[in-house]
Design a protein around this ligand. Structure first.
Ligand code: ADP
Ligand code: MG
Length: 388
């Protein structure tokens, strides 16, 4: 089993000094995440349950007071120098720098006096794998600037500003789950988040103590379909809520699902509503099982969630379906796609004894199907953003 992206942590302090000629005032880290359960629920005011990965974006940062924002990433050639007062959303030409620049813009737009910074970033979060390398970048910058400028913002406030950066500045219509996970997660726990009011609870998720492992399988594919499909599902969910006379699908109780579905005329909207309402319920079932220290029983809930994403929401793909099928056939407790779908990653819950053979079975199935070899690594519930 390989640990994707866990190459030795780069020396961001040394790189910062080489670039900017002085030592950074501090170094911060923020993790990527996987979502255990609750998918496409965060734009319906619903429940999600992500956990932070050991993979992090790390930033060496010093504040500046002359209005300049200088950005480098160890993973990208060249740097960017920007005037903070001239930052404008949706420029389109900033590339990766739009994520950190967007955070500075969002902080300033909210009235916080961020007067510039030197930032050098490096990340071990695989990009574009559905593991939120983008949220890790945003949150690490938000936390660093919060500390250096003494802004006193809470973790949820930083997450919301980071989301705002991605939505309004970069132009990606993501929910708030990724940023909340990166900002608020703690080691050994999953984060049960109610996206209606951002209240959350840390749910103990000590896999090792229960003889279990959660594998992340990065399919290494990203099908182009994704962007339009996300907007279409979102619009469909909003249409469903309107037709049912509720503010969001979160307001539809699971017990009222059959009668609610009977009131919907559009076939696709019916499927989307069934997915969202049942996935919210799956989050609640998962919490009950984790509270009862019965994580193994979460397996079938994951597989049920996958079927719902595949058949009702229709956001899966051949590679993700194959992970779930091959893992379960090889004796996994359960599996599902995680994140937005159309590629990206899946998760597999498995006993420690079977972890190696299930991973091997997934690799073999991919080879047999002519797919590129997946990246497989254990998701150890890790700490959220912090100063290091
Ligand atoms: P995900 O968040 O699932 O990894 P996204 O497409 O949302 O995928 O975000 C990936 C983008 O984030 C990259 O294309 C790049 O612009 C930016 N990014 C992530 N990590 C880094 C990094 N280490 N250095 C520079 N940019 C990065
Ligand atoms: Mg992202």
């Amino acid at each position: 089993m390989s640990v994707t992206g866990e190459a030795a942590r780069r020396d961001v302090t040394g790189a910062f000094e080489a670039l900017y000629g002085t030592a950074p005032q501090g170094v911060w880290a923020a993790p990527g995440r996987v979502n255990l359960i609750g998918e496409y629920t965060d734009f319906n005011d619903g429940f999600v349950m992500p956990l932070a990965l050991p993979h992090t974006a790390v930033a060496a940062v010093s504040r500046r007071d002359d209005g300049l924002l200088r950005l480098h990433s160890a993973d990208v050639e060249g740097g960017v120098v920007l005037d903070v007062a001239a930052l404008a959303p949706l420029r389109g030409d900033l590339g990766w720098a739009a994520y950190p620049a967007g955070v500075v813009w969002a902080l300033r737009a909210a009235g916080h006096p961020v007067t510039g910074a030197d930032i050098h970033l490096a990340s071990t979060v695989p990009t574009g794998a559905g593991l939120s390398s983008s949220a890790a970048l945003e949150v690490v910058c938000a936390l660093a600037l919060n500390d250096l400028f003494g802004l006193g913002l809470s973790r949820p406030e930083l997450a919301v500003l980071a989301q705002r950066a991605e939505n309004a500045f970069v132009g990606v219509p993501c929910g708030v789950m990724d940023q909340m996970a990166s900002a608020c997660a703690i080691e050994g726990h999953a984060l049960f988040l109610d996206t209606r009011d951002l209240s959350y609870r840390q749910v103990p998720f000590d896999l090792a103590a229960q003889g279990l492992r959660l594998l992340v399988v990065d399919t290494r594919v990203k099908h182009a379909l994704g962007d339009g499909a996300y907007a279409e599902r979102r619009a469909g969910c909003e249409a469903g809520a309107r037709a049912l006379g509720v503010r969001s699908l979160r307001e539809v109780p699971y017990v009222q699902l059959p009668e609610s579905l009977a009131r919907l005329s559009e076939e696709s909207v019916r499927r989307y509503v069934r997915h969202v309402v049942s996935d919210n319920h799956r989050v609640e079932r998962t919490i009950a099982l984790l509270d009862a220290v019965d994580a193994a029983a979460v397996g079938p809930v994951l597989t049920e969630g996958h079927a719902s994403l595949r058949d009702d929401l229709r956001v899966s793909c051949a590679e993700l379906d194959l992970v779930v099928e091959a893992a379960n056939a090889a004796g996994a407790l359960g599996a599902r796609m995680t994140g937005g779908g159309f590629g990206g990653s899946a998760i597999v819950l498995v006993t420690e004894e079977r972890a190696e053979s299930v991973a091997a079975a997934v690799e073999k199935a991919f080879a047999g199907a002519g797919f590129a070899a997946p990246g497989i690594f254990p998701a150890v519930p890790s700490a959220g953003a912090r100063r290091v």
